[in-house]
Design a protein. Structure first.
Lengths: 303, 319
């Protein structure tokens, strides 16, 4: 097989025998920065489209299976769904050191355009989890696409704070005598040094390109439908998120909120908490999200 | 950016059938070399994804392709992009059927020689697959667990095997134990400890009574499945490389077994058995140092293979 033929063959497809939905995995793009992408298409006439913007680092792996299962469920319901890995992350091409907030937004915008081509004229939605919610908001800003936010990060600072706090706890647990504090780590990455957190590298380019960004700022002021799902043990929406929802509502956004009970520790390395999609929390997340999306496009959810 | 806009590798995603489920994997190979050997990378249960933590498996596969070895990363059935479901991971029930199907699929791509690289649950899967499949020429096992237990239960099982009931009685008197009852996770941990101890007691009583052990994997310091698998590989002359961090329980358990129960088997392997000890802890690849060191072991292995290297000395290789 020639190189060209090998590049052509960089696509895998399957059709689910039970549901008739199709999946297509490909490395999209050219050159050294191809994007790993998975598209899900329904067996019936599409009713809408959803782009899934993944989280980052530990949060990315933790949420992976949920996003796959959600995509399959939505395809069964008539949605065209697209999932992808940002360039410089996951299975996509590129060196992690080149990852920036802008490159992630570019990837999300390009994937949205691709999705629009697969579901022309249909309502579009973007879903983001944790850090992915900031990217989804940024990519959606110039359109009227609806948003689904799973445990959104209200600002990028929170992501770094969580990562560095997890590292501090882990360092103490494994007996590091004078572990660096979050403030020291931020100083270090701000000065241009990559910093490690739970086996992931936080690169200076990512830090600088995302510093000061907020969910509210990225999304802008164009009113749209938003569905917020807050995870956690208490089943109560946190104060900061609650205030954000109030501000959106006052600005004319249609915001629906649900809480899903369950243990989610995004940065803690604990095999016991590994979720292969069989946890009640995951099932509830998928159920609530698909019901909201179906209602948003005027469909009834089939059991 | 290099003048050549293409990457140095070609990647091909693929689905293949395993008992009616579509299992997903990605084959990475170099652009211009004729390649007949594929390394199949099998993740642990902590991050059971084609990427692994911090893209470690992606880096392994692309680096191997650069060294003229094809590499295949996969999601087990019920994980990642694959279909199906898994209730959990148990080292006594490795997914070697997934590996068998992967090898069949890779043969269609013209690959004929197979090497398995696994970590934790993946290393038990690699061992089991190699023991069953003659196509496997070599295995590299990172932080291989010797016992049979469900993921997340290793501590409770090894504690149950090593400590008497008095240890549990003393633990029950500690305020920390009672505080654990206040959280769901704490209660789960305590329940696991109690259950593991009861299983050990039951197994030992069953043996005393002369009853055959249950068909379910049971608490043993060295799993009979592990021992049998290793023996089969040694008999077949399949090179086995064990890789541990010098500061992890897996290494301590292995060293203890090497001095006792496994000593004779490993000695029989002679120069086909290699033990590599890396600094710190590599299980789960939770630090960049452990990722880089592990990647280094694999790429060194590939360079050695290309140079006609025959697996090494039975002595430890400290890096």
């Amino acid at each position: 097989m020639t190189i060209g033929e090998q590049q052509q063959a960089a696509v895998a497809t399957r059709v689910d025998e039970a549901t008739g939905t199709a999946e297509r995995v490909e490395f999209r793009g050219a050159g050294r920065e191809r994007v790993f992408s998975v598209q899900y298409t329904p067996a019936t006439e599409p009713v809408g489209g959803l782009l899934v913007c993944p989280a980052l680092a530990s949060e990315f792996t933790q949420n992976y299976r949920r996003e796959v299962l959600l995509a399959r469920r939505l395809a069964e319901m008539g949605f065209v769904v697209e999932r992808f890995h940002y360039r410089f992350t996951g299975n996509s091409d590129g060196d992690s050191a080149n990852l920036t907030f802008d490159s992630m937004r570019e990837d999300a915008v390009a994937a949205t355009e691709h999705l629009r081509g697969l579901a022309p004229g249909l309502p579009l939605f973007l879903l983001g989890t944790r850090w992915g919610s900031l990217v989804a908001a940024s990519a959606a800003a110039s359109s009227d696409a609806g948003l689904v936010l799973w445990e959104p990060e209200l600002d990028t600072a929170r992501f770094f704070k969580d990562a560095f706090r997890a590292r501090l706890v882990y360092d103490r647990k494994r007996g590091v005598e004078e572990p660096l504090t979050g403030a020291q780590l931020i100083e270090r990455v701000r000065a241009g040094d990559p910093v490690e957190a739970m086996g992931h590298t936080i690169e200076p380019e990512l830090f600088h390109s995302s510093e000061g960004r907020t969910l509210e700022g990225e999304l802008g002021s164009t009113p749209r439908a938003i569905f917020v799902l807050q995870l956690g043990g208490t089943g109560v929406v946190g104060q900061a998120l609650s205030s954000q929802i109030d501000r959106w509502s006052e600005a004319g956004f249609r915001v629906d909120v649900e809480t899903v009970k369950g243990d989610e520790t995004w940065w803690v390395i604990d095999e016991r908490l590994n979720d292969m999609g069989d946890q009640p929390m995951t099932k509830r997340l998928i159920e609530l999200t698909s019901a909201w999306l179906a209602t948003s496009v005027g469909r009834q959810v089939e059991a | 950016m290099s003048a050549d806009p293409r990457p140095d590798y070609v990647e091909r995603p693929m689905y293949f059938d395993v008992d009616g489920e579509a299992v997903f994997g990605i084959l990475t190979r170099s652009l211009d070399e004729h390649v007949d050997t594929a390394v199949i990378v099998l993740p642990g249960g902590g991050v059971p994804l084609t990427t692994n933590r911090n893209r470690l498996t992606v880096r392994i596969c692309r680096d191997l392709a650069g060294l003229g070895v094809a590499a295949f990363r996969m999601d087990y059935h019920g994980t990642g992009e694959s279909t199906g479901s898994v209730g959990g991971f148990h080292t006594g029930h490795p997914f070697w059927g997934d590996v068998r199907a992967a090898i069949s699929r890779l043969k269609e791509e013209g690959l004929t020689r197979f090497v398995l690289v696994g970590s934790c649950f993946g290393s038990r899967t690699a061992l089991s697959a190699a023991a069953h499949l003659d196509d496997v020429e070599e295995v590299l096992l990172f932080s291989v667990p010797l016992g049979d237990y469900a993921m997340g239960e290793r501590k409770s099982v090894t504690t149950a095997q090593r400590h008497h009931l008095g240890h549990y009685a003393r633990a029950a008197l500690r305020p920390r134990t009672w505080r654990a009852l206040l959280s769901r996770r704490g209660r789960w941990v305590l329940w696991n400890h109690a259950r593991a101890k009861l299983r050990v007691i039951w197994t030992r009583l069953s043996r005393l009574a002369g009853r055959a052990p249950s068909s379910e994997p049971h608490a043993e310091h060295i799993s009979p499945r592990f021992r049998r698998g290793l023996e089969r590989l040694i008999e077949r002359g399949v090179p086995v490389t064990f890789v541990f961090g010098d500061d992890e329980d897996y290494h301590r358990e292995f060293e203890e077994a090497r001095r006792h129960e496994l000593g004779e088997i490993l000695a029989r392997g002679g120069s086909k058995v290699r033990i590599v000890t890396l600094p710190g802890r590599i299980h789960g690849f939770t630090t960049l140092a452990s990722q880089d060191a592990s990647l280094g072991v694999i790429t060194e292995w590939a360079r050695g293979r290309r140079a006609g290297f025959v697996p090494g000395t039975p002595t430890d290789v400290a890096s």
